[in-house]
Design a protein around this ligand. Structure first.
Ligand SMILES: [Zn+2]
Length: 113
């Protein structure tokens, strides 16, 4: 049996599981910086948030990044990330669209609802 699975990741803010490419990765680099990683290729400890600003706000409220990254993330960092996300949102969408959309096709697996 070959069912191709969509790699799902959980948004640390709203806890929804989504295909990885719909989520935006936030990484804690080996230097301790907390950054948005659009392409998901930076090294470091990563966590995922939905690609929308509401989840950044929610993460700030619930301090989800602190827990996910096991580091104290200051309020300022959350604010910076939210602003940064707004700045890179178009780029993120473009990146999503550039990804091959082959994941779901032959498995027919439904994602979410
Ligand atoms: Zn979310």
């Amino acid at each position: 049996m070959r069912v191709r699975r969509v790699p799902l990741r959980k948004c640390i803010a709203c806890q929804e599981q989504k295909p990885k490419k719909e989520l935006i990765r936030v990484v804690r680099t080996p230097l301790g910086e907390v950054l948005i990683d659009i392409t998901g290729k930076k090294s470091g400890r990563g966590s995922y948030l939905c690609g929308n600003v509401d989840c950044f706000k929610l993460a700030k409220k619930s301090r989800a990044l602190d827990r996910a990254l096991k580091v104290a993330v200051g309020e300022q960092v959350y604010d910076t990330l939210a602003q940064e996300f707004i700045r890179v949102e178009d780029e993120f969408r473009a990146y999503q669209e550039s990804l091959p959309d082959d994941e779901e096709e032959d498995g027919g697996e439904t994602v979410g609802r």
